[in-house]
Each structure stands twice: as structure tokens, then as C-alpha cells.
Design a binder for this molecule. Structure first.
Ligand SMILES: [Zn+2]
Ligand SMILES: [Zn+2]
Length: 131
């Protein structure tokens, strides 16, 4: 069996406590590995799928792990376009019209603060539907 020294660092892949010569740690800027297996894993680094988090090989330059996730991701982008941010004034008008439909014509008579409050609540409702 090899002479085992007290571990002074950790494998950056699996976090196993290992011993490496301080000079070696410095040369590799802390990138030390317990085995050639972990070294190999470092060289083909995995990045998580941005939809479900499944590790995928960075080598493929993919953001998502599967077609299903890619579709979900694309849908996500489309949803973002609907968020009431782009055309604020137009959205506010739509919200007010929606408000009138929902709460009846009596909304017209409430003061501005109340109207603002109702608009805010309706906004949350719409956001909730989107999310
Ligand atoms: Zn390792
Ligand atoms: Zn995925």
C-alpha cells in the first residue's frame, strides 16, 4: 500500500479529501482530482439542463437535455413576451377593461387609490395565470 499522507485538499469534482503536493496545487490553481476518472469528468464538464436540471455534457453545446425540455424552454420564452412590461400603458388599459368586466360598472366610481389597488390585484391574477 502507498504511503498515505494527511489530506490537505479536496478533489474539485467529488470533494474527496486527498493529498497533493502544495506545488502541484499551485500549478493547477486548485484544480486537483482524486483520480483520472474525476479528471476526465472535469474535462468534459457537465452543465445542468436549464429546464429540469439534468446534467448534460457541455461538449454538445446544448442548454436543455431533451426535446421535451427544449420545447418547454421555448414556451417559457414565448410566455416572457406576454409579461406586462413591454407595453405598459396598453397593458394598464387592458387591465382596466378587464377590471370593469370583472367587478362591474361600479368600479368607475371608486377613487384612484382603490382602482390602483384593484389593478394591482388583477395584475397578480394575470401573472398567476401566466406562471
Ligand atoms: Zn474525485
Ligand atoms: Zn431537461
Amino acid at each position: 500500500m502507498d504511503h498515505i499522507r494527511n489530506p490537505n485538499t479536496h478533489c474539485i469534482i467529488c470533494n474527496k479529501a486527498i493529498y497533493r503536493r502544495p506545488k502541484e496545487i499551485r500549478t493547477n490553481r486548485g484544480n486537483v482530482f482524486c483520480s483520472s476518472k474525476c479528471y476526465g469528468r472535469f474535462n468534459r464538464r457537465e452543465s445542468p439542463c436549464i429546464v429540469c436540471g439534468t446534467p448534460i455534457l457541455a461538449h454538445f453545446h446544448k442548454k436543455t437535455c431533451s426535446r421535451a425540455c427544449a420545447n418547454k424552454h421555448r414556451t417559457g420564452i414565448r410566455y416572457k413576451l406576454f409579461l406586462p412590461r413591454k407595453d405598459k400603458v396598453k397593458n394598464e388599459r387592458i387591465l382596466k377593461l378587464r377590471l370593469l368586466r370583472l367587478r362591474g360598472p361600479s368600479v368607475r366610481s371608486v377613487d384612484t387609490i382603490k382602482l390602483r389597488y384593484y389593478t394591482f390585484i388583477t395584475k397578480i391574477e394575470i401573472m398567476g395565470i401566466i406562471i
